[in-house]
Design a protein around this ligand. Structure first.
Ligand code: DX5
Ligand code: ZN
Length: 226
């Protein structure tokens, strides 16, 4: 577990109005989100296509929040520098998408960004073991990547627990992040399992009282930590 880490909400832009992306980024900062989560998909690694670095770069001036690129793309090492140049401080690659995961994580650090490793639901937590010294973030997917609005996979909580224990042993601050189906109804067990950074998309954008209310409610479900 990582008790000294704050609870953070990373707002996924995937459920926002793409016709008003700049305004959407402004809105999530005003609403109290801690980070902007960009879901990058290539139509190969996942069956969907989204945004590229030029779009993220265009939104960079709209917010002072940290930007994180969640790269759901094959061979992400081919264009790592582009995401850093676009203004992303966090770059998360999928373990399943990297031929040379160890090298790729090192390259992200060399570029001056925080390296993150993401695990699909079917991927064992032991995948992280030999690269834990290279990462600042471990992202446990609680849906199969590709789309927002999917059902949270509660079975991933056991994996979150294993990763949290690994992170604690590492003895330095590494974020345990979860992504997929996070809402006021699911955040508490993910928190109890050890997650501290929560990506949320549809539950934020579709909350009947707005994004700010959704964030406040989610954080209060985790004991009101800031
Ligand atoms: C799924 C993405 C998630 C997702 C979050 O591939 O990585 O970030 O869009 O959306 P919700 O919260 O709706 O599951
Ligand atoms: Zn994501």
């Amino acid at each position: 577990m990582t008790p000294c880490q704050p609870v953070r909400i990373a707002a996924s832009m995937l459920s926002s109005d793409f016709a008003r992306l700049g305004e959407a980024v402004v809105a999530i900062e005003r609403a109290g989100a801690d980070r902007v989560h960009w879901d990058v998909m290539d139509g190969q690694f996942v069956p969907n296509l989204t945004i590229g670095p030029d779009v993220i770069a265009a939104a960079r001036a709209c917010s002072t929040l940290g930007f994180e690129a969640h790269l759901m793309v094959g061979d992400p090492e081919r264009m790592l520098a582009r995401w850093v140049e676009a203004g992303c401080e966090w770059i998360t690659v999928h373990a399943e998408a990297c031929r040379h995961l160890h090298r790729t994580l090192g390259q992200i650090a060399e570029l001056g960004a925080h390296p993150g490793i993401a695990l699909n639901p079917a991927t064992a937590p032991s995948t992280v073991e030999h690269v834990i010294g290279l990462v600042d973030l471990v992202l446990v997917m609680t849906v199969n990547p590709g789309f927002s609005g999917q059902t949270y996979l509660a079975g991933m909580e056991a994996k979150i627990e294993v990763i949290s224990a690994m992170v604690e042993k590492a003895g330095r601050p590494i974020e345990v992040e979860v992504d997929g189906g996070i809402s006021t109804g699911t955040i508490r067990p993910a928190f109890a399992a050890g997650a501290r950074t929560f990506v949320s998309g549809s539950a934020l954008w579709q909350h009947e009282r707005g994004i700010g209310a959704a964030i406040t409610e989610m954080k209060s479900m985790c004991g009101g930590e800031e």
